[in-house]
Design a protein around this ligand. Structure first.
Ligand code: ADP
Ligand code: ASP
Ligand code: MG
Length: 412
């Protein structure tokens, strides 16, 4: 029997009516002869609401209890999807993460999947069940506690199931009809890509294009899962959506294939720290222990043995970062005059495999931003991407300017 994985994101299961529409799609695939594994997200907005409740209750919350709360949205949609399918006379059963069990490590709130035993579900398929509906985003730790896979984690659940069951394909149904050259919400010039290379998608995702969770792309690449992104609202023909595939399968690649952004960034600067061996370790060690995901780092030129150290992190980790730095100062591990947080910044990045063999992309990017009078605060580069930190109020303008400058717009 061929197994197909179909994942429905929050907007695709936002109401009972939409769940019915999604279930009809599932029904068509069952009629095509597949055993289907459906992965569902929570209803649109639900997880945000749950996260909000946790943050309002406890500033430096216990991540185990965060997971207990935020995993609940998927429990509801999994049950509702199974019921809807049953109403359509399709044999279906729901599974929570712990029931599968989808075993993760113990990194609560951003757990990594370690194992998905296929025995239980395969046995049910053998008995005639046609659809296994799985609550996405959640798993169980070796200690037996509920874990979640990080925001957007249902994508990763889906790809992991596809890998574990050797699925013919993993279809990610969402509110856009594929992966675009940039977020179609920012510019209507964004163009849908028929194919995108794993590595480019990996960069775009990790730089903020939330259409796929980064980890899901990593897994698909590692296990060679056929991964497709498509619309749950439109009729999708045979070649609909975007196929995320190996680089070799892309005939024509462009120098820059996409522009990504991340709105919720913060820039923090430690003013006047001693410039001595070990200072970076003394700063970034405690930050990492506090669970702060440091992204960009800049160390300024030192004067008289002291320097400023700037780093960026997600805006909701600023309080944690401040606490970690002040504690390290109190312990005498670091000494700084001041800690300044700039919470009005955003990150914009251009991504493309073609950058490996083309010079001048950075210069073109900086010049496009200069033409719009946008000041760059921090720059980082890697083999296939360039990222800059800018004032958040220029974010849309910057994305549009870069999209234009690199000629990514829709033809005709
Ligand atoms: P779901 O709830 O289905 O998982 P998400 O909101 O997580 O959906 O992801 C889909 C959204 O990703 C789109 O609505 C779009 O605004 C955003 N997005 C960001 N960058 C891109 C991109 N390059 N291509 C397509 N969508 C993108
Ligand atoms: N519901 C979770 C979130 O909003 C997981 C997901 O939708 O992928 O992050
Ligand atoms: Mg998502």
């Amino acid at each position: 029997m061929s197994v197909l994985v179909m994942k429905f994101g929050g907007t695709s299961v936002a109401t009972l009516d939409r769940i019915r529409r999604a279930a009809k799609r599932v029904g068509r695939e069952v009629a095509n002869g597949h055993d289907v594994i459906v992965i569902v997200s929570a209803m649109a907005g639900k997880t945000n609401e749950l996260v909000g409740w946790v943050e309002e209750t406890s500033r430096f919350f216990d991540a185990r209890e965060y997971d207990a709360v935020v995993s609940s949205g998927e429990q509801v949609t999994a049950g509702l999807m199974a019921l809807t399918l049953q109403e359509m006379d399709i044999p279906a059963r729901s599974w929570q993460g712990w029931q599968v069990p989808l075993i993760t490590n113990s990194s609560h709130a951003s757990a990594r999947i370690e194992e998905i035993p296929t025995k239980n579900i395969t046995a049910k398929f053998a008995e005639g069940m046609k659809v296994a509906v799985i609550a996405g985003f959640q798993g169980i730790s070796p200690e037996g506690r509920i874990t979640t896979l990080g925001r957007g984690g249902s994508d990763t659940s889906a790809v992991a199931f596809a890998a574990a069951f050797g699925a013919v394909r993993c279809d990610i149904y969402t509110d856009v009809d594929g992966v675009y050259t940039t977020d179609p919400r920012i510019t209507d010039k964004a163009r849908k890509l028929d194919r995108i290379a794993f590595e480019e998608m990996l960069e775009l995702a990790s730089l903020g294009a939330k259409v796929l969770q980064t980890r899901s792309v990593e897994l698909a690449m590692r296990y060679n899962v056929k991964l497709r992104v498509l619309s749950s609202f439109e009729d999708n023909g045979e070649n609909a959506g975007t196929l995320v595939c190996p680089e070799e399968d892309i005939v024509e690649s462009q120098v820059v294939s996409g522009v990504a952004y991340s709105r919720d960034e913060a820039k923090m600067t430690l003013i006047s720290v001693a410039d001595r061996p070990g200072i970076a370790a003394a700063i970034f060690g405690p930050l990492s222990e506090a669970g702060v995901n440091v992204d960009m780092i800049v160390q300024n030129i030192s004067e008289e043995g002291r320097t400023d150290m700037t780093f960026s992190c997600p805006i909701n980790q600023v309080a944690r970062a401040e606490q970690a730095m002040r504690a390290a100062k109190e312990r005498g591990e670091i000494n700084f005059h001041d800690l300044v947080a700039d919470t009005d910044v955003a990150k914009v990045s251009v991504v493309g495999i073609g950058m490996r063999s083309h010079a001048g992309v950075a210069a073109q990017m900086f010049s496009a931003l200069k033409d719009e009078n946008i000041n760059i605060k921090v720059i980082t580069t890697s083999e296939i991407k360039i990222s800059v930190l800018i004032d958040r109020k220029y974010l849309e303008l910057a994305v549009q300017a870069l999209h234009d400058s690199f000629g990514l717009e829709r033809e005709g």
